[in-house]
Each structure stands twice: as C-alpha cells, then as structure tokens.
Design a protein around this ligand. Structure first.
Ligand code: SF4
Ligand code: SF4
Length: 164
C-alpha cells in the first residue's frame, strides 16, 4: 500500500510554498498549510510552561489542551501575535492564515478517479512523495499520522525529553 510521505525538514526550509491542492469545495484551500500547522504544534512545539503564544493572543484563539496547543479557526483573526511571541519559531506566520485550509488526504472519489496527489506533483523540492510502505522501513524520525499520511520530522519533545 502506498503512503503519502511529508518530509517536514524540507518543507520547513522552503522560502515560499508553491504546492497546489485539489480540494474542490473551497478554491482558496491548500491543505498543506493545515498539515504543517498540525505537525508544528505536535512535533516542533516545545510545550513552554508559560505558553507565550497563548498569552500573546488578543482573541483567546489559542488554548493548551491535553498538553498541546490548539488554535480555534473561528476565533483566530490572523494577527500573527502568537508567531512573534513564540521563542522557537514554531508558529511560522504562514501557519496562521486568515482563510483556513483543510486537508482531507484526497479521500474518496477524488483520489480513486485521478490516482494522484496534486500536492505531490506540484512540490518542486520533493517534500511530498508517494512511496511504497516498504520504502519506509529503517527510515528514522517517521511519525504515522493516519493510514495514509506519514511525516518525517525531528520530534523535539523526544530529543530533549520534554514531558508531553
Ligand atoms: S494569529 Fe490567531 S491565534 Fe495567533 S495571536 Fe493572532 S488571533 Fe491569536
Ligand atoms: S510559544 Fe511556541 S514553543 Fe512555546 S508553547 Fe507556544 S507554540 Fe509551543
């Protein structure tokens, strides 16, 4: 079975994302941004004790729930105050856009009909790849997100033994 592999170390260094998305119901949607936010808040966030990002938000859009920072898409106004406040560069400015995006991993007929991921084809840096499951064997820093998506990223929590 093939998996969608997102290499966050490549993705995070990209100067300007040019990846396209085939999500049909919202023309401005680009699912890669929601995936990147998810990865950043799960694997890159250092879980600061005083949560400067939460404190900087003028709209109470950020909360720490079960150890992890969550952003309310309804309450966020994309002011980027959290981005400025984060001492680790976890919340890059483009991860908190005014228009929210969602990735549905091309589930259902879209993938069955086209048999391809538009994001994989449009990333010129190889940050997204469709790979056979056995290709992933022995690869380090892999984190399965669900049945389709696998992320390759440094897990800062594990690296520094931070409690989740
Ligand atoms: S960008 Fe959104 S989450 Fe961040 S501080 Fe502004 S309103 Fe809060
Ligand atoms: S300030 Fe940055 S590293 Fe600290 S909790 Fe918020 S997002 Fe995580």
């Amino acid at each position: 079975m093939k998996k969608l592999l997102l290499d966050y170390e490549i993705c995070n260094r990209c100067p300007a994302c040019v990846v396209r998305c085939s999500y049909d119901f919202h023309p401005a949607n680009n699912g890669i941004f929601s995936l990147r936010e998810e990865i950043a808040l799960t694997l890159t966030c250092r879980r600061c004790e005083n949560n400067p990002c939460v404190q900087a938000c003028p709209n109470q859009a950020l909360q720490r729930l079960e150890g992890r920072i969550r952003r309310s898409l309804v309450m966020c106004v994309s002011c980027k105050s959290c981005s400025l406040a984060c001492p680790f560069g976890t919340i890059l400015p483009d991860l908190v856009p005014y228009l929210a995006s969602r990735c549905d991993l091309c589930q259902g007929p879209r993938l069955e009909e086209k048999r391809r991921f538009v994001c994989v084809e449009s990333c010129p840096y190889g940050a997204l790849r469709l790979v056979e499951e056995k290709t992933l064997e022995g690869m380090k820093n892999l984190y399965p997100v669900n049945e389709t998506l696998v992320v390759k990223a440094i897990n800062w929590l594990d690296l520094y033994g931070v409690k989740k």
